[in-house]
Design a binder for this molecule. Structure first.
Ligand code: ACO
Ligand code: OAA
Length: 455
């Protein structure tokens, strides 16, 4: 944000930044000296144990005799391997997201009757409250759909008759309504963004009763409401893969931190959305597309490994890409050899690419996946890295004609399930304490100097 240019404010801001830089550097050696777990990580990169959960489990290495060994990744929802869950509903040619949401929220797979009732509850809550779109989305549109999503979730507080009711029944009702409404908010926020920021026509579609979450999303964001069953099933699969990732991922932890203070569900979910937006977390799916834009322009021969390697090395050294030095879609805090979600998405990306005549582009993604570990290791990095969920998700969405602005919001539409489950687990387990880690304070003691004696 720029201050008004009435008083040479840029010079003033520059001088304030200089003042900040003089007093605010933290010596990196302090982390070791005081045994501070930077990023809540132990020295070997494993996460500090910060809680107990029954919701999701993420496995990417095993520890033997105190040493950490890489392994193929596994993701477990409520004790069920993600691959088994996916194979289960896909082999019965059914949608899986609502069933997954039920499993994650309540802890067990639904019976047919429970699933029908749950689907109905979601369907009832899909429409937004009267005038919500007009007052909360269209009146103050945002150029960023994630930003609008967070603000909309916060403002749902004032549309709730009992926002501070912490009874389990009330929280479950709010969670179901949030899961149902997030896709509608994302679709309307995108429509507003297109209209007010991109000068496109405005169209707003109401969710249709009887359609599932994936179907309604496609129905709502497409101008002509048209989608095929194959597209809806693929989007449904993407939602299942993004629904949950343990208690320690940045957004779930943010949600748990806020929930542990006793605040309301809207505040906690809005915070989680803010976290997910970050480019090192869910926002990486958008960054991947931007990065491939650079790679596709900067690499002349997409089949030349040396040329790709050299371009990746330039990204790593901040000479290409967005200047962050990150190869988006690669690396993970837990996974080492593989992220099971990326493995599945890659399979679907490949068959879709074959159908759409986009195999060249798919192969470029594959080359980045294959060559990044080499490039990182050539630069001295010892960490074992693999493709994460964000590498292929955007390519799948692109081939389905879903606009880039909706990639991270789609992640939120799925992950709100995990966040709600973690919030409820945080709030409703007896004896849970407010999350309050410690910080080592290192500023030297100083006397107060009266104003007219300061130099
Ligand atoms: C849904 C999700 O959130 S999945 C993750 C999505 N994020 C991305 O794709 C962004 C790119 N990847 C990354 O930034 C990281 O791999 C993360 C954030 C995902 C994981 O981070 P961490 O577990 O903390 O890895 P960590 O930072 O310890 O990695 C060790 C080193 O490898 C580097 N590294 C790891 N991944 C990458 C990458 N993709 N590109 C460049 N360097 C990387 C780190 O910068 C770090 O370097 P340093 O030791 O010089 O500081
Ligand atoms: O677990 C993490 O750190 C990030 C991640 O993959 C997710 O939240 O899906």
């Amino acid at each position: 944000m720029q201050l008004a240019h009435t008083d040479g404010s840029m010079d003033f801001i520059k001088s304030l930044c200089g003042e900040f830089q003089k007093h605010n550097r933290i010596d990196p050696t302090y982390y070791e000296k005081w045994d501070v777990k930077r990023g809540l990580r132990n020295a070997d990169g494993t996460g500090v144990l910060a809680g107990i959960t029954q919701i999701g489990n993420v496995l990417g290495y095993y520890v033997q005799d105190g040493e950490r060994f890489p392994m193929e990744g596994k993701l477990i929802y409520r004790g069920i391997d993600l691959n088994d869950l996916v194979n289960g509903f896909m082999s019965e040619n059914r949608f899986g997201f609502e069933e997954t949401a039920y499993l994650l929220l309540f802890g067990a797979l639904p019976t047919r009757e429970q699933l029908t009732l749950f689907q109905r509850a979601l369907s009832v809550h899909q429409p937004l409250p009267p005038m919500f779109t007009e007052d909360m989305i269209l009146r103050a549109p945002s150029g960023d759909v994630m930003n609008k999503l967070a603000r909309s979730v916060l403002s749902l507080y004032s549309y709730d008759d009992a926002p501070e009711d912490r009874s389990l029944e009330s929280e479950m009702g709010k969670a179901i309504a949030l899961i149902a409404r997030l896709p509608t908010i994302a679709a309307h926020a995108y429509a507003a963004k297109r209209h007010y920021f991109d000068n496109e026509s405005l169209y707003l579609h109401r969710p249709q009763e009887g359609l599932g979450v994936a179907e309604n999303f496609l129905y709502s964001v497409r101008h002509d409401n048209q989608f095929t069953e194959e597209e809806a099933k693929l989007l449904d699969l993407c939602l299942v893969l993004h629904a949950e990732h343990g208690g320690g991922n940045n957004s779930a932890f943010a949600c748990r931190v806020l929930s542990s203070s006793g605040t309301d569900i809207y505040s906690a979910i809005a915070a989680a959305i803010g976290s997910l937006k970050g480019p090192r977390h869910g926002g990486a799916n958008k960054k991947v597309m931007e990065m491939f834009g650079y790679i596709e322009d900067g690499v002349k021969d997409w089949r030349d490994d040396d040329e790709i390697r050299s371009y990746l090395s330039r990204i790593l050294h901040k000479e290409a890409g967005d200047g962050s030095g990150l190869i988006y879609g690669m690396g993970h805090a837990i996974y080492t050899l593989s992220d099971p979600r990326a493995v599945l998405l890659k399979k679907f990306a490949k068959s879709l690419a074959a159908k759409k005549g986009m195999l060249d582009e798919f192969e470029l993604y594959e080359a980045v996946e294959r060559l990044t570990p080499e490039v990182l290791s050539a630069s001295g990095q010892r960490k074992v890295v693999c493709a994460n969920v964000d590498l292929y998700s955007g390519l799948v969405y692109k081939m389905m004609g879903i606009p880039q602005e909706l990639y991270t919001p789609l992640f939120a539409v799925a992950r709100v399930v995990g966040w709600c489950a973690h919030r409820i687990e945080e709030v409703y387990n007896p004896g849970n304490k407010i999350i309050r880690p410690a910080y080592k304070a290192v500023a030297p003691a100083r006397p107060f100097i009266p104003l007219d004696q300061r130099g």
